[in-house]
Design a protein around this ligand. Sequence first.
Ligand code: 5AD
Ligand code: FES
Length: 362
Amino acid sequence: MEKGIADILARAEERSEALDERDLARLVALAPGSDEEAALFAAAYRVKCRMVGRRVSIRGLIEAGNVCAKDCLYCGIRRSNTRLERYSLGADEIVALARRAKGFGYASVVIQSGEIESEAHTAFIEDVLRRISPLDLGVTLSLGEQSEQTYRRWKEAGASRYLLRIETSSPALYARIHPAGHSWRRRRDCIAALGRCGYQVGTGVMCGLPGQTAEDLARDIVFYRDIGAHMIGMGPWLPHHDAPLKREEGGKGLGDPLALGLRMIAATRLFLHDANIAAATALQALAQDGREKGVLAGANVIMPNITDTRYRRAYQLYDGKPCLGENAELCRQCLDRRLEAIGEKILYNERGDSLRFAASRN
Ligand code: 5AD
Ligand code: FES
């Protein structure tokens, strides 16, 4: 193994935030299948085990609706996609799913939907949160960009975490994958506002975007620290047949998107030892055991889908979304089996709050 890489890994494993952008870029750019890449995954997995043991936290994912005001060039539920039936779950349906999660022993849920900014929607979510609160679940919201006032109201109504991916920390690349009117600065300001409101803040990026470089991805990891993120969710970008962003012709970019996503997880774990890092569903779209690979590269959170089977097809952000025909119970059993196979245990009935969040409060 190359000595330079061995040195970087040793330094990174010993101490959080020990690497600089150049080191991180070298890790992200390691050749798929190389000894160096295997050593990267192993070092990140050791850090994960040191921080949280051979345990994985679970969040039941509720895809609450696909109505969206945004028109992101990569996304299957973008506003301009008319070849899609739009749905919005009612409050009763969302509360019933939260109860279902509780019954499974999932102590946390994520409520995710397309982006809607309106007083009616803000009040609707508030109502849902108040009705869920007796269940004593950890509640994460993933409802896009909102005013700081809205974030505060939802926090007061019982949400404790919020996921808002920056998608890329490069404003120039952001502009290439979004239409006019979508603002990188507003997104960044929203993430900062979430921190001010006292949320456990989650962000992340897509990996393997057209034109994205290892240096961009290294800066993404530094961005996570600088914006004060406690949780990271990232995965490979995957094309959607009705979305305009396509793979560049001839360009292979940073290579196999699954391996790239795993290297990003590993490099992030080595930089932010105590963050909660999710093995995104997009990994599972590329390989059946993609999420387990994510855990073995340093992730410690999985978000099994608990949305009713009849809605899953309408919430396809990218082609190849897994488990379209499955239901919550099947996905639960499957995940149990899959994690057991790699010697990891699911943390049932535990919220699995971010250690990084706890540390930031001390
Ligand atoms: N490929 C991968 N991830 C995607 N997302 C949206 N569209 C895609 C896609 N085509 C991710 C974005 C968003 C999250 C909810 O899903 O990063 O923040
Ligand atoms: Fe849904 Fe395996 S996670 S079937």
